[in-house]
Design a protein around this ligand. Structure first.
Ligand SMILES: [Zn+2]
Length: 64
């Protein structure tokens, strides 16, 4: 069984010493598998999602 590790940078969750940082780890389910994201990567991940939103989302067609 693999240890809980960040799916992006591979950081080991068990190696985290700071309880506050430990709580900031994000778990998500993807294709039935549990994935972990360390706080640093979770922040980058959110930015990725936002940058992938279609341009129309921000500048939709105005009133005709
Ligand atoms: Zn990470």
């Amino acid at each position: 069984m693999t240890a809980e590790a960040c799916g992006r940078c591979g950081a080991q969750r068990a190696a985290e010493r700071d309880p506050a940082v430990l709580l900031a780890w994000v778990s998500e389910r993807e294709d039935g598998a549990q994935r972990w994201l360390c706080p640093r990567c979770a922040r980058d991940h959110v930015r990725d999602i936002e940058s992938k939103l279609p341009t129309e989302y921000w500048s939709g067609p105005g009133p005709a």
